[in-house]
Write a protein that binds this ligand. Sequence first.
Ligand code: F6R
Length: 241
Amino acid sequence: MTSPTTTIEVAPDPAAVGEQVAARIAAIIEDKPNAVIGVATGSSPEPVYRALARRVREGLDVAGVQWYALDEYLGLPAGHPQCYRSVLERVLIEPLGADPATLHVPDGPVQDYEEAITAAGVDVQLLGIGENGHIGFNEPGTSFAAVTHRATLAESTRRANARFFTRLEDVPTECQTQGLATIMRAARIELVAIGTRKAAAVAAMLGEVTESCPASILQRHPDVHITLDPTAATKLSTARR
Ligand code: F6R
């Protein structure tokens, strides 16, 4: 279904979600070889990165692209396998054969990151969505006006991310994240949601625009593409699918 600002597509399975989103990102890179691409971490974007890597093997040239991460944990030692710089090097930079220097992560002063990403100008921002409606690590209640900032992770987010760590106690409590205002400055948004556990957040994102559901701010963005697998779409009215 298409509204003036938001396109929602339901792909048959996660691999097809990845293919569809990667095709649109590849088109942006072909059109603008020095594109600036905002990238997410976690499970949702992985099919997109796999599909992009296949396109690179087939000839897509990403040498001129700059990659800007959404967020980074605080408190993990540098080089920890779960810090988002390490994760993005593993799932994005290495499979694409990109230069690690083209990956930017908010792991220094937040003002510096905000200035750098503003100067770069994001052409497309890839997003997942938390079960509580967060985007980046902007948890429910975060101001829509927030720029890149230090934040505390919701307990539900720590529990959701514990699957990447040995124990819940190992999941950091703090992070740095692009703010909602930072994300909204991207020229285009590509949001991916996969799995039944995302269905309620996807429905809430398309309901009332409220700081209680950070992703709902995307309804105010002029160019949003939402790509779902069928299980993430189960709480949408049939009119929206
Ligand atoms: C990750 C991020 C988060 C995730 C969200 C969904 O950089 O900013 O907002 O996109 O928590 O995570 P997954 O995809 O693992 O379910």
